[in-house]
Design a binder for this molecule. Structure first.
Ligand code: SF4
Length: 152
């Protein structure tokens, strides 16, 4: 992961989860699982975030919020859908206001299975997201270099 020069920061958004997955996300931050050992920090500001981690499905009410959070994040960025609700709508998929999983609205890079998703799975998903973030950073750097060359 040579291109990830800074500690990756995560923005966690609860779409419409039952809070089961959110508790597991919080568990990842405790000393027991300690995601900070990977240099990962939880931030509340999308403008500082590299990874958008979403629990719960998307619904008619939160679609604009999810899109706005994503658009405020700087490039490169990755999206991690945590739990079966964020993946497909899960047990809420047939509810009147549920649109489905996060990929109905945003490009999802990593799907973390489970109901609730276990902390080990969430950490595994975030580590996979770091590798994707690294690839995206490399592609962005290449594109910028090519644009600079073309401008000469
Ligand atoms: S996947 Fe399960 S635990 Fe997670 S938000 Fe959905 S119902 Fe709750």
């Amino acid at each position: 992961m040579n291109f990830v020069k800074k500690s990756p920061w995560i923005l966690h958004y609860d779409g419409s989860s039952c809070n089961g997955c959110d508790i597991e996300v919080l568990a990842c931050l405790t000393p027991l699982y300690d995601v900070e050992r990977f240099g990962i920090i939880n931030t509340g500001n999308p403008k500082h975030a590299d990874i958008l981690l979403i629990t719960g499905s998307v619904n008619e009410q939160n679609i604009p919020i999810v899109k706005q959070l994503y658009e405020q994040m700087p490039e490169p960025k990755v999206v991690v859908a945590v739990g079966i609700c964020a993946t497909s709508g899960g047990i809420f998929a047939e509810c009147y206001n549920i649109v489905g999983g996060v990929d109905k609205v945003l490009p999802v890079d990593v799907y973390v299975p489970g109901c609730a998703a276990r902390p080990e799975s969430i950490i595994d998903g975030v580590v996979k997201a770091l590798a994707i973030l690294d690839e995206k950073q490399k592609a962005l750097t290449d594109r910028k270099a090519a644009a600079k060359d073309a401008g000469r």
